[in-house]
Design a protein around this ligand. Structure first.
Ligand code: NDP
Length: 262
């Protein structure tokens, strides 16, 4: 486990898919003061009636922008809004690509459409969002690699690791659309973005948040269910993100901070 870290040197954070789940928990933890970056931009595809809108009413310093992550026009509009929200000449310091879906389909029921939908949300969207933000907004700071300068965190999953899903583990959670999409997140983070964004000092890392009790992660249970609460997962994930340095660039990290194999 890495140490407790402050986000005070981090000027701005954008979190995708913040309507509910781990995404909303990240925003809540950032806004609650324990981590406290300068500006928190929470994105959601649907503002009206959303959980994040309700939360916004009690957290007036939170900035909320509409982003439907699979739509290019929505990405472009969102980034224009982000440019307006940041101070002049201030880039974005931290982008957390976490919005995701899980289409649970095994070999018998999987279809091309399911696979494409999962791939589009979990893998193509982080790529296109990062591309537009880095191209238009730029990185936030100077100095050593880390969140005080600029970082892209792409949330993947243990189920995306080829090495960790062999033997006994190859026979559980055989969700073709989800698992293939999360493999792609690892590849595009560690061997694509990490190479192309390094000259600009932008740190790129993939993170597994643990198995967590959310709509996607299912119910909590010591024996068969998700062992972690959203709060447990997110406080740990944010400690890992806050402590990122150049040696983490291009790696896949567990929520506890250890490096995971691809
Ligand atoms: P949830 O299903 O609980 O929440 C998903 C969030 O993503 C919702 O806020 C949803 O918004 C948003 N979202 C989905 N599609 C889109 C879209 N097209 N545009 C905008 N927002 C969208 O998932 P979790 O919070 O559990 O998962 C968060 C991330 O962590 C995912 O990437 C997941 O793969 C990963 N992960 C989760 C694990 C777990 O155990 N929970 C384990 C390993 C990885 P809306 O409310 O509008 O649908």
């Amino acid at each position: 486990m890495r140490g407790t870290v402050s986000f005070k040197t981090c000027g701005s954070v954008l979190v995708t898919g913040a309507n509910r789940g781990l995404e909303l928990q990240i925003v809540q933890n950032l806004a609650s003061g324990g981590f406290s970056p300068g500006k928190i931009i929470a994105t959601t595809r649907n503002l009206s009636g959303s959980q994040v809108e309700t939360y916004l009413m009690s957290e007036l310093h939170l900035l909320v922008v509409i982003l439907y992550v699979v739509r290019q026009d929505s990405i472009e509009t969102c980034v224009e809004e982000v440019e307006r929200l940041l101070d002049e000449d201030q880039g974005l310091n931290l982008l957390i690509n976490i919005a995701g879906v899980n289409l649970e389909a095994d070999f018998q029921v999987v279809t091309a459409e399911m696979t494409m939908e999962n791939f589009r949300t979990n893998a193509v969207a982080p790529l296109m969002i990062t591309k537009v933000i880095c191209g238009r907004v730029g990185s936030g700071g100077k100095g050593a690699m880390g969140i005080q300068r600029a970082a892209v965190v792409n949330v993947s999953s243990l189920l995306g690791s080829v090495e960790l899903n062999w033997g006994d583990r190859a026979n559980v959670f055989k969700w073709y659309p989800y698992r293939t999409s999360k493999v792609s997140v690892l590849r595009l983070t560690s061997r694509c973005m990490a190479v192309d964004l390094e000259p600009d000092g932008i740190l790129c890392v993939a993170v597994h948040p643990g198995w967590v009790h959310t709509d996607m992660g299912g119910s909590r249970g010591e024996r068969r269910g998700a062992p972690l609460s959203p709060e447990e997962s997110v406080s740990s994930v944010l400690s890992v993100i806050g402590a990122l340095t150049a040696k983490d660039h291009g790696t896949f990290l567990n929520y506890t901070g250890e490096q995971l194999p691809w």
